[in-house]
Write a protein that binds this ligand. Structure first.
Ligand SMILES: Cc1cc2nc3c(=O)[nH]c(=O)nc-3n(C[C@H](O)[C@H](O)[C@H](O)COP(=O)(O)OP(=O)(O)OC[C@H]3O[C@@H](n4cnc5c(N)ncnc54)[C@H](O)[C@@H]3O)c2cc1C
Length: 452
């Protein structure tokens, strides 16, 4: 019914990705929606945004919510991500954000994100589940000498908005556990770490259910009708009638369900490979021993972390087609790149490869709010590949708004819908153009003569 942006294989909700997370955590079953039910709030999408919204509506305000998920609960990015608790969820630099939204609102945004970095630990302790936290904060790694200058500026910008950082030279960074050919210094950003993506999603889902939320799996919303002030969401085997609706579909947001949301989300693919367990000798040879997640400074960045069983998780942007053939090519390229970054690991086999959709937008920052011409409809999306902190935060903001005056009170960078793509079908070619531009910039940057 909905026209997919990428290859149809990416929208097959009957299939789970063969990820490391699926292999190392237990999925819990949730019922399919059958028959007609009524509740206060219907939430479309059962990932971190929808689950956190349902959890807080039920626990904090006693508001009955029903989550409708097209696949198994947390079928989308919330079971496929790298588990990095990293921020900001935006493609705007901190300076650009300050210029656009002002210093106070940017500081408020970062304060909420920093607090959000502690949220998984807090909710896991409160609700009694294990998210297998690792590391402390996150690192940005300079991928060349020039990028280290950028890290110095980034350190200052972070401090300016209230986030503590610590800069490491190449030698110091090697000393604390990150060597390799694309490491020219690092910036430690306070807050966060790494978690088990699926364990977190399942913990949130079970907590929401225990607190009184209704979670329905394999129940895609196919149609949306109005009955006066009420919304009626129609799935293959049942309907939900609700006073309010929350869009929590992020990278899988379908066009054609609500005209105010159509063509606002710009989906992009991200891929992950996980190696076989590495021996202590291999880790020392790289050297690579830190458990704190790392992103490098490439525009099309690599993100990586050491997992508890000494496997190396390595993520990169995806292709722009989404076909299974393109996925196989991406996997081979990522395996090769691991060996180029860490020559001691050349040829190390990978046991897992999977992919999923992140959501970008023309605003370059997330959008969390309420549809202006349809104020009983709320949305939270476009975390720009960094939703592990931002998505539950969005869910909480929306729960607060629904339980309160209805108005969504968020820091200015999050407010308002992004502009629409004038032609929705141009989103894929536009992404290919952006990637090509970044690729050329990086190629030129890598060839700039170094002063040292
Ligand atoms: C490979 C990969 C790596 C990533 N790594 C990181 C990372 O390390 N750190 C980080 O911060 N972020 C990361 N992200 C991003 C992060 O995972 C997402 O921002 C976050 O999970 C978004 O949560 P969500 O609940 O908004 O969306 P999702 O978890 O994607 O959930 C949306 C759900 O909506 C459902 N849906 C869509 N249409 C309908 C419909 N009509 N009816 C019912 N349900 C519907 C979908 O089935 C889907 O399950 C990564 C993403 C990917 C794909």
């Amino acid at each position: 019914m909905f026209k997919p942006v990428f290859d149809p294989s990416l929208y097959d909700t009957a299939t789970l990705q063969p990820s490391y997370w699926e292999a190392t955590a237990t999925r819990h079953d949730f019922p399919v929606l059958r028959g007609d039910v009524a509740c206060d709030v219907a939430i479309i999408g059962g990932g971190y945004t929808g689950l956190a919204c349902a959890y807080h509506l039920a626990k904090d305000y006693g508001i009955e919510a029903a989550v409708l998920e097209a696949g198994p609960i947390a079928w989308g990015a919330s079971s496929r991500n790298g588990g990095f608790l990293s921020f900001p969820p935006s493609k705007l630099g901190i300076g650009e954000m300050i210029a656009r939204y002002g210093l106070e609102e940017t500081r408020r945004f970062f304060a909420d994100l920093r607090a959000g970095a502690d949220y998984p630990r807090q909710i896991a302790a409160e609700e009694g589940f294990d998210i297998r936290l690792q590391g402390d904060g996150t690192f940005d790694a300079a991928h060349n000498r020039h990028a280290f200058e950028g890290l110095k500026a980034s350190a200052e910008a972070h401090e300016h908005v209230g986030i503590r950082t610590r800069l490491y030279t190449k030698e110091e960074f090697t000393e604390i556990g990150h060597g390799g050919t694309e490491q020219f210094g690092g910036l430690h950003v306070d807050g966060g770490g790494g978690l088990h993506a699926l364990a977190y999603a399942m913990g949130l889902a079970q907590a929401a259910q225990r607190r009184g939320a209704h979670l329905y799996a394999k129940s895609p919303v196919e149609r949306w009708e109005r009955q006066g002030a009420l919304h009626r969401l129609i799935t293959p085997a049942g309907t939900v009638t609700a006073k309010r609706v929350v869009f929590a579909t992020n990278g899988w947001t379908p066009d054609g369900l609500h005209r105010s949301i159509d063509a606002r989300v710009w989906p992009a693919l991200s891929n992950i490979v996980v190696t076989r367990p590495l021996t202590e000798a291999e880790l020392k040879a790289a050297p690579y021993v830190t458990e704190t997640p790392v992103s490098n400074t490439r525009k099309l960045l690599f993100y990586y972390r050491l997992l508890p069983d000494r496997r190396f998780l390595f993520g990169a942007r995806g292709d722009t087609s989404g076909s299974p053939q393109a996925a196989a090519t991406m996997r081979a390229w990522m395996e090769r790149r691991i060996g180029e970054l860490f020559p001691a690991w050349k040829g190390v086999s990978t046991d897992y490869f999977w992919r999923g959709l992140v959501a970008l937008s023309l605003k370059l920052a997330p959008s969390v709010g309420r549809v202006p011409d349809d104020p009983s409809v709320y949305y939270g999306f476009a975390y720009h590949g960094s939703g592990v902190i931002a998505a539950p935060l969005a869910g909480r903001y929306l729960a607060q708004a629904i339980a309160g005056s209805g108005e969504v009170d968020v820091p200015a960078p999050l407010a308002g819908l992004p502009p629409r793509f004038p032609l929705a079908s141009l989103r894929r070619p536009a992404l290919a153009l952006v990637y090509a531009g970044y690729g050329i910039k990086e190629w030129l940057g890598d060839r700039r003569p170094s002063r040292s």
